[in-house]
Design a protein around this ligand. Sequence first.
Ligand code: AGP
Length: 365
Amino acid sequence: EDYEKGGYEHYLRKEIADQPQAVAGTLRGRLDERFATAHLGGIELSARDLRTIRRVKILGCGSAYYSGIVGAELIESLARLPADAEPASEFRYRNPVIDPDTLYLAVSQSGETFDTLAAVHEVQRKGGRVLGVVNVVGSSIARACEGGIYLHAGPEVSVASTKAFNASVVAFALLALHLGRVRDLSPADGKRLITGLERLPDQIATVLEDEEVVRQAAQRFADAPSAFYIGRVRGYPIALEGAQKLKELSYVHAEAYPASELKHGPLALISPEMPTVVIAPDDHLIDKNRSAMEQIKARGGPVVAVGHSPFAGLADETLIVPKNEPELDSVLLGVPLQLLAYHASMLLGRDVDQPRNLAKSVTVE
Ligand code: AGP
């Protein structure tokens, strides 16, 4: 067991540390610099077939669903195809219209989640085509799908997903690149993304070197009755995933909101006891994120920012990550939030690898 934990006290901490290799595993052998695209051997659709796709719908549960929200945005922005993600657990209950020109994607670490498998069957029953984005080779969802992308992230033992989340995001980036290059994405943009993808493993390793500041910030969350996580567009699913990690691992209540929704209700809850994590990359929305921080500060709320440079006078702490291409920054912005939840969990003496009431793979409805 010690060997499997690689010298770490918990599987979770090992799996967070594994992420440079996990992401490298997802990328291995799939980047084609010459044609500025990604090769995905498990997708046997010709460029002509791929051009007939009119929409993309991503289905998954929990963190897999959140990775799907990131994936849908990547596909929509890079391949200019309308794309969205939906909880697989809800999908079949609303009698969804299954469209033959939609590509359905089922995302799952374990490949055994009952609700995700049931959603795959529902799509197939109505004549739809589903591809998997799955970590466990030969799992039920992988076998049920017509093909797809294996994550090759290595085993994930801890109940809370970490490396599979980021490996899924990277798999969606590969698919978005592939779809983009049979549609309108330029070779120059394809090359830009390939360079960005290749930089990710080393950049994740850099984030992991800076643990002390995260450990200090974790104290705020361990002492708090509740926390907010906010972000805009690409930052919003990272907020959802960050809040999910804090809930699962520390049992501290956390809620994620689009930062733009703050003044439509949640601002009423801001107080000195309630810290807010603001996902604030250095992109075209940075001024909007700054103004959200100002609004929180003005009401006495502690702010922990995650971004590319410090927010002096606005954030009590900033967890700084290296910059990549704007489309790929999500992968790096989420890593300090995994560590934050881990340290909050340790401070509160929780069962890090096996949180109460949860199972690694939910194989019943
Ligand atoms: C993640 O931290 C959770 N434990 C949970 O949301 C998980 O992602 C979900 O149950 C889906 O699991 P899967 O990826 O194996 O399908």
